[in-house]
Design a protein around this ligand. Structure first.
Ligand code: TIU
Length: 239
C-alpha cells in the first residue's frame, strides 16, 4: 500500500493507510473549560482552546477516509478506587479530583466536565478509552485495541502536550509504534513547555517520534487523494 508522505521533523513521516490510528488525548471539558480540573490547578484554560479547531480539522480529514479514531479521557470511577491517594492529594488545588465543581465531580466518569468537548465528541464506532493515569497505556485496554486494529503508527492530538500527550507518546514509542504529533492540534497551559516538549520529541533523530503542523498532514491527504484519482483514471480501459 502506498504511503502518504507527511513533511515532518526530524524527517518525513510515511503515513500508512490501514496501519495508522488517530489518538485524541483528553480533549475534555475538565481541561479546556472554566470550572474544571485544569482551572482548579490554577491554570488559564483559555490557552487550550487553540487546539480545538485544528483537532476538529484533523478528525474531519481522518473520518472522511474512514480511518480509525481513538479518544481518551483522564477519568476515575465514582468511588475513586482507581485514583491513587498520591494523585488526589498532590499539591493544594482549589478542588481535588472527585470534588463537586460547576461541571460536576472533577475527572469522575459520568460528570459533565469529564466529557469530551462537543466540537470533538466521539462518533458512534469510535473507541473511547478511560484512563486513570497521564499515560494512556497505563491500566487501560489501549494496547489491545491497537493490536486488534493492526496499528503500527499513531498520530497524536490532544492536551496537554507535555503531560498526557507526551507521556502517552513515550509509552507508545517504547511499545514500538511510530508516533507523529500534530503540533497545532495540541496545547499546554505553558506555551514554553509545549515548545520544549516538541523539541524533546524530535531531537536526536526522533528519539520519541515525529512532529508536523496540521497543514502538512492535510497536504499529504490531498496529494494522496489526487494520486489515487489519477491512478484510478489511468487504470480505466482505453476506449
Ligand atoms: N495538568 C496538566 O497539564 N495535564 C493533566 O493533568 N492531564 C492531561 O494532560 N490530560
Amino acid at each position: 500500500m502506498t504511503s502518504l508522505v507527511v513533511v515532518a521533523r526530524p524527517f518525513d513521516f510515511a503515513l500508512q493507510p490501514g496501519r495508522a490510528v488517530l489518538l485524541v488525548i483528553d480533549m475534555q471539558r475538565d481541561f479546556i473549560e472554566p470550572g474544571g480540573f485544569g482551572a482548579s490547578l490554577g491554570n488559564d484554560v483559555s490557552l487550550l482552546q487553540a487546539a480545538v479547531a485544528p483537532t476538529r480539522a484533523l478528525l474531519d480529514a481522518w473520518r472522511a477516509r474512514g480511518w480509525p479514531v481513538i479518544h481518551t479521557r483522564e477519568s476515575h470511577a465514582p468511588d475513586l478506587s482507581d485514583c491513587p491517594p498520591a494523585k488526589r492529594l498532590r499539591g493544594s488545588p482549589a478542588l481535588r479530583i472527585g470534588d463537586p465543581g460547576p461541571m460536576g465531580r472533577l475527572l469522575v466518569r459520568g460528570a459533565p466536565g469529564c466529557e469530551i468537548v462537543p466540537a470533538l465528541a466521539p462518533l458512534p464506532g469510535e473507541t473511547v478509552i478511560d484512563k486513570p493515569g497521564k499515560g494512556a497505556f497505563h491500566a487501560t485496554p489501549l494496547q489491545a485495541r491497537l493490536q486488534a486494529l493492526g496499528a503500527t503508527q499513531i498520530v497524536f492530538a490532544g492536551v496537554t502536550t507535555e503531560v498526557c500527550v507526551q507521556s502517552t507518546m513515550r509509552e507508545a514509542n517504547d511499545r514500538g509504534y511510530d508516533c507523529l504529533l500534530v503540533e497545532d492540534a495540541t496545547a499546554s497551559y505553558f506555551p514554553a513547555f509545549k515548545a520544549a516538549a516538541v523539541e524533546m520529541i524530535v531531537a536526536q533523530g526522533g528519539i520519541v517520534g515525529w512532529a508536523a503542523p496540521l497543514a502538512a498532514v492535510l497536504s499529504a491527504f490531498t496529494a494522496f487523494s489526487a494520486f489515487s484519482a489519477s491512478s484510478a483514471l489511468s487504470a480505466q480501459p482505453a476506449r
